[in-house]
Design a protein around this ligand. Sequence first.
Ligand SMILES: C[S@@+](CC[C@H](N)C(=O)[O-])C[C@H]1O[C@@H](n2cnc3c(N)ncnc32)[C@H](O)[C@@H]1O
Length: 286
Amino acid sequence: MHVSVLRSEVLEGLAIKSDGIYIDATAGLGGHSRDIAERLETGKVYSADRDAESLEMARSNCGEVAERIEFIHSAFSGLKDALKARSVLPAQGFLADLGVSRMQLTTPDRGFSFMADGPLDMRMDRSQGPTAADIANFTSEKELADLIYEYGEERRSRRIARAITGARPIRTTRHLADVVESAAPRMGKIHPATQTFQALRMKVNGELDEIEALLDSLLSMVAVGGRVAMISFHSLEDRILKRRFQLWGREKKVKILTKHVIKPSEDEVAGNPASRSAKLRLVEVL
Ligand SMILES: C[S@@+](CC[C@H](N)C(=O)[O-])C[C@H]1O[C@@H](n2cnc3c(N)ncnc32)[C@H](O)[C@@H]1O
């Protein structure tokens, strides 16, 4: 079961108004959208995800409050246009809970994880290419090494890239995990393929470019006085958010509400270990 992270902190941070318009850019399995919708009377949530399968699950998980939510199949880069077409902007609050959902990670067929064997896919939106197998099989060794180094923050990237190109074609998650492990044996508790999988996932989904695109359109989607909540799970994402928020702070476009990021409590991490790397940043639009 997917457990939404930092639930009370997000709700408090967004300071929900019962007649407000709220945008959840990452519906996932609908946890945060549901929390927000439960606090609305005449307001509405526009809940988007680039993963059509997640949207279906989110709708059914939201039960009766789904009446106050419109689900939209959109990536960050298309979100502003999708909302403009509905004439609902500007919103009183905006949430993005970045990364992948538990459903995506644990469904073998989606190919995100080495924990179970499946096709090497990793696309959040399965209507768009390329897959992780395309990248693993058709990228030059140098580019692959750079990618694993930059997005995976993996020091053994060259050895891993050489092993991948030598083992082509690679079509399954297990095969890739075994190839990585043979080139870069386990050193600690973390599986040696973790960073390589993360790098491929970020590349397949253009994750950092998508975050930049979201930030480029964000301020025009939120009303003055509206709140923005962003949850990131690793340092590359958080760095992009931090820098942009600081820039907007200096330009007096936002007031930064979290001088230090908000992290899950010990209790939350004990109940949901996957939450341990979550960081929440909040701003208010000026
Ligand atoms: C961590 S989950 C969100 C979980 C959700 N907050 C909940 O409570 O269930 C992240 C979701 O964001 C979606 N996502 C990631 N990047 C996206 C993007 N660029 N555009 C749209 N959706 C994206 C993923 O498909 C995934 O479903």
